[in-house]
Design a binder for this molecule. Structure first.
Ligand SMILES: Nc1ncnc2c1ncn2[C@@H]1O[C@H](COP(=O)(O)OP(=O)(O)O)[C@@H](O)[C@H]1O
Ligand SMILES: N[C@@H](CCOP(=O)(O)O)C(=O)O
Length: 322
C-alpha cells in the first residue's frame, strides 16, 4: 500500500494545470513503495500526443529542506544522460509545490520493471550505471549529510533497546556490538560523490539487461562511493534464502569497475563498509518493525535477513572485495 492520501479528481486536475504538460487525463494510485504516495498520471500532453508522469506526495522521513537536493540531483544526473527521471517544473519554475500541507513533485515516467530475481547481466549493468552516476555527480553543487550513517544506525538500535530488539528475534541484540564498531569507522578519506544509498532492485527499472531508471533518491546524500557500492552489493547479491550469489557479486563489481576502478584503500575498507551497510538496514527495519502496528497494511521488512548478510561479510568479505 503506498497511497496514504486521497486526492479528489478536481484537486488533481487543478494541481496538474500548474504544469506545462497539458490537461489531466487519468490518475492511478501505485501500490508499490512504502514511504511516499505515488500516482501514475496521464495527461493530454502539450502537443496532444499524450504523456505519462509520476506524481509523488512526500509523506514520511523526508524533510522539506532536503527536497531541493533530491530533486536537483535528479535534474543534474538526467541532464548528464544518467537513466534518472527528471523533475517537471511548474509554470513558475518550482520543482515542488505544496498541496494540503504536503510537498508534491511531478516526475518523468521511465519505462522498465524492477527485477525480482536479478541475473548477473543485470547486476553488471547496475554496477556500471552506479559508477556513471558517481562520476556525473562530481560537479553537483549541493551536498547533504547522510542521516542514516553508521553513527545514526547505532543510535537507532540503542533507541530501540535490547528488549525490544529481542522481541523481534532473540539474536537481534547481538548486532549492537558490531554496530558500535561500525560507528567508529572513519570513511572521510575515501573518494566521495553524491550517493544513492538505497539501491535495492525495487529502486531500479530495467528492460532485460538495460537499466532504464534509477528511482527513489530520497536517502541520497554526500558520501563515500564505496558505501554506495557496498549497499548495492548487500541488496542485490543474495537469494531469498540468504545464500550469496557469487556470479551476481562478481558481475556487480566488474560492471562498476568497468567505469571506475576502486582504489586500494577502498578495497581494503570494503569488508568493514559492507558489514556497516547491513547494519544500516537492520537498524531501519528494526525501528520500522517496532513502529508498525500488527494490523497495518504495510508489509514489514525482516531485519534478520541483513543479520545473516552481516555474518556472511564478516566471514567472507575479505575474499569478495580483494
Ligand atoms: N520515475 C518513475 N518512472 C516509473 N515508475 C516509477 C517512477 N518513480 C516511481 N515509480 C513507481 O512507483 C513505485 C514506488 O516508487 P518509490 O519511489 O520506490 O516509492 P517509495 O519511496 O514509497 O518506496 C516504484 O516501485 C515504481 O513502480
Ligand atoms: N530499501 C530499504 C527500505 C526503504 O524502502 P524504499 O521503498 O523507500 O526503498 C530496505 O529494504 O530495508
Amino acid at each position: 500500500m503506498a497511497v496514504y492520501t486521497h486526492l479528489g479528481a478536481e484537486e488533481l486536475a487543478e494541481l496538474i494545470a500548474h504544469y506545462p504538460v497539458g490537461p489531466l487525463v487519468s490518475a492511478k494510485g501505485i501500490a508499490e513503495g512504502v514511504s511516499n504516495s505515488n500516482w501514475l498520471i496521464e495527461t493530454a500532453g502539450e502537443d496532444s500526443q499524450g504523456a505519462r508522469f509520476i506524481l509523488t506526495m512526500y509523506e514520511r522521513r523526508i524533510e522539506l529542506e532536503d527536497l531541493p537536493y533530491f530533486l536537483g540531483l535528479l535534474d543534474h544526473l538526467s541532464a548528464r544522460n544518467c537513466p534518472v527521471p527528471r523533475t517537471i517544473h511548474d509554470r513558475q519554475g518550482a520543482a515542488f509545490r505544496m498541496l494540503d500541507g504536503k510537498a508534491v513533485a511531478l516526475i518523468e515516467f521511465l519505462p522498465g520493471v524492477s527485477p525480482s530475481q536479478p541475473e548477473a547481466g543485470q547486476a553488471y549493468a547496475v554496477g556500471e550505471t552506479l559508477a556513471k552516476v558517481h562520476a556525473a555527480s562530481q560537479d553537483f553543487g549541493l551536498s547533504r549529510e547522510n542521516t542514516m550513517g553508521f553513527g545514526q544506525n547505532l543510535a537507532c538500535l540503542e533507541g530501540c533497546g535490547s528488549n525490544a530488539l529481542a522481541s523481534i528475534d532473540p539474536d537481534l541484540p547481538q548486532i549492537l556490538a558490531p554496530a558500535r564498531a561500525a560507528a567508529e569507522l572513519d570513511l572521510s578519506a575515501l573518494p566521495q560523490a553524491q550517493i544513492h544509498a538505497d539501491l535495492f532492485p525495487d529502486n531500479v527499472l530495467m528492460l532485460g539487461d538495460k537499466v532504464t531508471g534509477l528511482i527513489d533518491f530520497y536517502f541520497a546524500c554526500s558520501g563515500p562511493m564505496a558505501l554506495d557500492l557496498a549497499v548495492t552489493h548487500a541488496a542485490w547479491c543474495f537469494d531469498q534464502d540468504g545464500a550469496y550469489l557469487h556470479g551476481l557479486g562478481e558481475a556487480l563489481l566488474a560492471g562498476y569497475q568497468s567505469v571506475r576502478q576502486l582504489d586500494r584503500q577502498e578495497k581494503n575498507a570494503l569488508p568493514q563498509i559492507a558489514k556497516g551497510a547491513t547494519i544500516r538496514f537492520i537498524a531501519s527495519r528494526a525501528e520500522d518493525w517496532l513502529d508498525t502496528p500488527d494490523d497495518a497494511l504495510v508489509t514489514r521488512k525482516d531485519p534478520m535477513q541483513f543479520v545473516s548478510r552481516w555474518h556472511f561479510y564478516n566471514e567472507h568479505g575479505a575474499d569478495i572485495f580483494a
